[in-house]
Ligand binder design. Structure first.
Ligand SMILES: Cc1ncc(COP(=O)(O)O)c(C=O)c1O
Length: 388
């Protein structure tokens, strides 16, 4: 492989959230942190070079994200995901979570209902609560093999006139699903019939494993695109979350206008001097790096999966996307607190407990981030073996 995904990184010098919050989250610094969706893998060298070059220009005043950066992302989305975007549909947003919050403020009022499909990335729930809207829980359905899908009947039975927005996670964190076209179409039909707008969080869309294929929600039809806000960015794909730069694509002019007014009222501004160049070069030059990363991640997850084949305590399904493994620990027959304690104290692993992704649906699960070097992965497996 042209790029090295196995270099050892000392993140203790760089204010890394994953490491700094160990004490607060796990009560000790003596854990290998495999929680937040941030990889212990070096940022691509061409991104580092572009930022260094910019840093050497000693003027860091206000900047605009250039058109060439948007065009680089538009070209990427067309090539990798067959999504046709236009420059005028695209807005800068410094994070997907801020996009979610703006969408909630823009398209609902206090007391309205927002659909959340648990277990799911916990800021979905938090964003609805912070804005004093009501969460309409539409839990994913799990079959006996542990495969998840949408529960359309549950959704249809709960929707009413106060239901304004669906927060869709596609591909899905933490269950790792890449939604099929039929699934997305059925969901879209329900939204169209009930005048519900869709915030489609597609931040993990580049991290999809063969043979699965990400289908952007907005690519389903013109009519569906007109109710959709697509949140995308290079943060997960190229490990650039610390650059705080994403975009949101909104085709419908009126919707985009309403969104933009709320966004501007908060004054998130236009991003940073360094994020602009990092963003552009990642989309322009990142294909080979990303393809190599996907091979590396697949090898990591297979080593975890193979180890768990020998266990009657913890099981998992192979994720179709993301570098997050959703570990089913129900066979341990322990409370969530005990499972968490076992991981911290016996295995010395810092994982996210499943219940934060959904009180009931996440019970008995742990989420493990396998976006690490081979050496770290092997260390994690050794530690995991202690509790198998
Ligand atoms: C599904 C999903 N959306 C959004 C985010 C966060 O994105 P941002 O840092 O741009 O808010 C994450 C990070 O883990 C995520 O998994």
């Amino acid at each position: 492989m042209k790029y090295d995904y196995n270099k050892i990184i000392d993140r203790s010098k760089t204010n890394s959230e994953k490491y700094l919050l160990r004490k607060e989250l796990f009560g000790t610094e003596d854990v290998l942190p495999m929680w937040v969706a941030d990889m212990d893998i070096f940022t691509p060298p061409f991104v580092v070079e572009a930022i260094k070059k910019r840093a050497n220009e000693p003027i860091y005043g206000y900047e605009e994200i250039p058109n060439s950066a948007f065009e680089a992302q538009i070209g990427w989305m067309k090539k990798r995901h067959n999504l046709n975007l236009k420059r005028e549909w695209m807005l800068y947003s410094h994070s997907v979570v801020s996009t979610i919050n703006v969408a909630i403020k823009a398209f609902s009022k206090v007391g309205d209902k927002i659909i959340v499909q648990t277990p799911v990335y916990y800021p979905f729930m938090r964003s609805v609560r912070f804005n004093n809207r009501e969460i309409l829980f539409n839990p994913l359905k799990k079959d006996e093999k542990g495969d998840y899908t949408f529960d359309f009947e549950d959704l249809k039975s709960k929707i009413d006139k106060d239901t304004k927005l669906l927060l869709l996670c596609s591909p899905h964190n933490p269950v790792g699903r890449v939604w099929k076209k039929e699934e997305l179409l059925e969901l879209a039909t329900i939204c169209l019939e009930n005048d519900i707008k869709v915030l489609s969080d597609e931040i993990h869309s580049d991290l999809v494993y063969d043979p699965y294929k990400h289908i952007p929600f907005a690519s389903l039809s013109k009519e569906i695109s007109k109710i959709t806000m697509t949140a995308i960015g290079p943060g997960k794909s190229f490990n650039l979350a610390g650059l705080s730069i994403t975009t949101v694509a909104i085709e419908d002019d009126m919707m985009r206008d309403v969104f933009d007014k709320v966004h501007r009222s908060i004054h998130f501004s236009h991003g940073s001097v360094f994020s602009h160049v990092g963003f552009e070069v990642a989309y322009k030059e990142g294909e080979e790096w990303l393809d190599g990363l996907l091979i590396h991640l697949k090898e990591n997850v297979l080593s975890l999966y193979n180890l768990l084949q020998t266990s009657n305590k913890i099981s998992m399904n192979l994720p179709e996307a993301t570098y997050l493994a959703w570990l089913d620990c129900a066979n341990m027959k322990l409370s969530d607190e005990k499972i968490k304690e076992l991981f911290i104290k016996e295995a010395k692993l810092g994982l996210n407990p499943g219940y934060i992704f959904g009180k009931d649906e996440g019970r008995g699960f742990m989420r493990l981030n396998f976006g690490v070097s081979k050496i770290t992965m092997n260390e994690a497996l050794k530690r995991l073996e202690k509790i198998l």
